[in-house]
Design a protein around this ligand. Sequence first.
Ligand SMILES: [Zn+2]
Length: 427
Amino acid sequence: MRKFFIFLITMFVIMPAHALSVVNDTEVEKLLHKLITPVAVAADIPENRLKIHIVNDDSFNAFVTGGEDVFVYTGLLTRIKNPNALQAVVAHELGHMVGGHIAQMSARMDAEMKRAMVIQALGIGLVVAGGNPSLGAGVLAGAGGIAKQSMLSFSRDEERIADELAVDLMVRANINPEGLIIVFEQMRDLIGAAESKMNKNNTNHPLTNERLKNTREKIKNIKHSGKYKTYSDSEYELARAKLIGYLYQERRILDKYPYRDSSDAAVYARTIGNMRGGALDSALVGIKTLIKHNPDNPYYYELLGDIEYQLGHYDDSVNAYEKALEFDNNAPQIQTALALVLAERDKPGDKERGVELCKTSLLISPAPLTYWVLAKLYDDGREFWALAEFYNMNNDIKKAKKFAKKAQQKLNKDTPEYIKSGDILEK
Ligand SMILES: [Zn+2]
C-alpha cells in the first residue's frame, strides 16, 4: 500500500475544500474519447477542442459546459447499460448545447466550474485506490451542488428539445439512436418508483415514460440508410469494472461481481479490489489470469506493475510498466507511475529514465502528481522548481512561491526551470 498511502497523504494535504474531484485514467479516458468524439463532432465541436472530464461522483449524471467540456460522472459510467446508451446521454447533454439552453446558464457557474477544474485530478490508480471511497464525498459537495443547480435550470420543453436533438446528433454521427431508448428504460427502472411518488413540479426532467414515447416516435420517422457503427461492449465492461474496482467498497464490488462471475471484467474488478485491500497474492493471481486471456492489453500490465510495486518487487514492477508502455506509449498515468518506481529503485540510469518519462507525461497531460514525482528524481535544485509547480497546480500559491524562491537560489539564471520559477513568483 506504500504508493497509495503516499498519495493519499498528498491528496489530503493539497485538496482545497471546494475541489471538483476528477478521475484521470488513460484506459477510461481513451474509451470515452472513442465513444464521445463522434457525437461531439456531429455537434460541431472540433475533435481537438473536445475535453472530457470524469467526475468522481456516484450520481447518474453528465453535463456539458461552454462549447467543449463534457463532464461524465462515475455514477453514470458504472451504471449505464452499454456504450450506445452512454453516447445517448452525452448526445442529450450536447442537445442542450446545440439548442442554446447552455448559453443561458449563469456566467458565475462557468467561472466556478473553471476554478474547480484547476484542481486537477491524480490517477485513480494513484489516489482513489487508497481504499477510502468516502474520501471524495466532502470534496465534491461544492462542485456537485453547482452541477445540480445547472441541471435544474432546464425546463421541460428544453428537455424535450434536447431529446430530439440527441436523436439527430446520433444519426448524424452514425450512432444508433436507440441508445436513448435504452437510457430511458434504465432511468425508468432506476428512478421510476421514486418519480411517481414525487411532486411533478419537483422533477426537472419530463416523466420518463413521456420521453420514452416521444423518442420512439421520433426514431420511427428517421430515415437512415445502411448500418449504424457499433462499439465494443467488452471494452466498456472492462473500463466500468476498473472504475468499480477502484471506487467501490469491497462489498459493493462483490455484489456487482460475485465470485461465480468469471468474466474478465469481474476478475479485473475483484483483482483491483484485492490490491486495494492488501490481498496482493490474490491480486497477482488475478492479473496473471487476465494477462493469459489477453496478453496485449496495456492496462493489465499497468495493474501488474501496481501490484508488483506494492509487493516490493521493483524490477518486476518496472518490467510490467515498460510492457504496458510498449502497447500504449501515449499513457501519462502509466509513465508517471513508472517514473515513481524508478525514483525509488534508483539503479544506474533509473533517474534519467524517470525524468524523461515525467517530461513526456507532462507534455501529454500536466498533472500535479507528475511534478511531485519529478521532485523526487531531481537533486540539483530543480526539485524545488518541480515542487513549486506541484503546489501551483494545486492552487497553493503560498507554498508554490516558497519553493520557486528556493529554486531560484539554487539554479542558474539561464535555466528554463529558473525562468519558470520566476513565472510562479510573479503570480
Ligand atoms: Zn436534460
